[in-house]
Design a protein around this ligand. Structure first.
Ligand code: GLY
Length: 379
């Protein structure tokens, strides 16, 4: 399918969803076996993805309906920040890079810029200086999660780097850099696979052990975590220029690309037994594609692995465009990408629509069509 036609069809679904959710203050999250999005009251980590899709759609075609919905979703996230509601986690970058920072990017709104900066301040409250990490989940000192970092957090760091560039205050980016370095040291393994999470002793700061939250087992490679690493380290390379981050993103991308099944869409965990019916995670493939496109945007034409990286990202998008995954033309389905998984082991939406899968699929299409990179940094 041609990319532009895929974008048009994806945006038809987005517009239909705008009508469906109009009159509510709710956001699509994941489906639960019925092809319909389960809606949240902006209490989860995912609401920014819906806002981000609306901004991408508006930027693409100038559709005022999408603009109105994007502003509304962004306002709701601003209200959440004002109320300091459901922000006791690290996913503040996902929420506000794709809403307030996106609005600043697209509309040049000074108010949105201030909201994004306040969001960066909220994320800084998760910084644990004695451990050198942003704590992912739970309150400070929490016995289970107090000393825990997770690979997904790499995607929350760009908001901090943006905040440093906007304010001149180096502290945001400095903490982000330390966290990225720690992620490289403790989450990426020697064979280029990754831990989903890592624990540190909260008293001494000693490194304790790798573990998982959504993967098959503690030492396995959760596919989406690997994809967060590909994209997150590419963004870290953009922000810090440290070639170790470039190398990490590339190594992790190669590991990912070499472990795909025949149809090119990742299973949910690279170490889960693969048999008929093993769930996929199409969202991981979409994140992977965007991460590699980001990496390519930073590499010179003469870079040796450039062609193979580009092939792997294009092939991921091609695989997702196949009938089995992309819902193009299926008017009764609310999502764009079938066969994502939230938490297979936890039994939560193991084969469903994921709003972040839809966001990254649309971002990948926009990157291919017009070279726009989403809202992770200034353009
Ligand atoms: N960041 C949470 C997830 O990927 O499920």
């Amino acid at each position: 399918m041609e990319i532009q036609s895929a974008i048009e069809q994806a945006l038809n679904t987005v517009r239909r969803n705008v009508d469906l959710y109009a009159g509510t203050e709710k956001f699509p999250h994941v489906s639960r076996g019925d092809g319909k999005y389960h809606l949240t009251d902006s209490t989860d980590w995912t609401e920014g993805f819906w806002a981000g899709m609306l901004w991408l759609g508006y930027e693409y075609g100038g559709d005022s309906k999408l603009h109105e919905a994007a502003v509304r979703a962004t306002d709701l996230l601003e209200r959440r920040l004002d109320a300091n509601q459901a922000l006791d986690h690290h996913d503040i970058g996902f929420l506000y890079s794709l809403s307030a920072q996106a609005r600043w990017t697209v509309d040049g709104s000074e108010e949105a810029r201030r909201v994004a900066l306040r969001a960066a301040d909220a994320l800084m409250r998760r910084w644990r200086p004695s451990l050198g990490i942003f704590q992912a989940w739970g309150p400070e000192g929490d016995p289970e999660n107090g000393g825990r970092m997770i690979i997904d957090c790499l995607m929350n760091l760009p908001l901090l780097c943006w905040a440093t560039r906007q304010t001149g205050d180096e502290r945001y980016a400095e903490c982000a850099r330390i966290h990225a370095e720690k992620s490289l040291r403790f989450l990426v393994r020697g064979d280029d696979s990754s831990y989903h999470t890592f624990y540190f002793d909260q008293q001494t700061g000693d490194a304790l052990r790798g573990g998982t939250h959504q993967g098959y087992r503690d030492g396995s490679t959760w596919t989406r975590g690997q994809a967060w690493g590909v994209y997150g380290f590419a963004l870290a390379y953009r922000n810090f220029g440290d070639p170790r981050f470039l190398e990490a993103s590339e190594r992790m991308a190669r590991h990912f690309a070499e472990r795909l099944p025949e149809d090119g869409v990742a299973y949910w965990d690279f170490d889960a037994p693969q048999q008929p019916g093993t769930p996929r995670d199409s969202s991981a493939s979409a994140i992977f594609a965007c991460g590699v496109f980001e990496l390519l945007s930073l590499l010179p034409d003469s870079y040796p692995a450039r062609d193979s990286l580009e092939q792997s990202a294009r092939s991921a998008v091609r695989s997702l465009l196949a009938d089995d995954y992309f819902t193009a033309g299926a008017d009764n389905e609310e999502g764009l990408l079938r066969h994502g998984s939230y938490s297979v082991r936890g039994g939560s939406s193991p084969d469903d629509f994921m709003i972040w899968g839809d966001y990254f699929f649309l971002e990948a299409l926009m990157r291919l069509h017009q070279g726009t990179p989403g809202y992770w940094y200034e353009r």
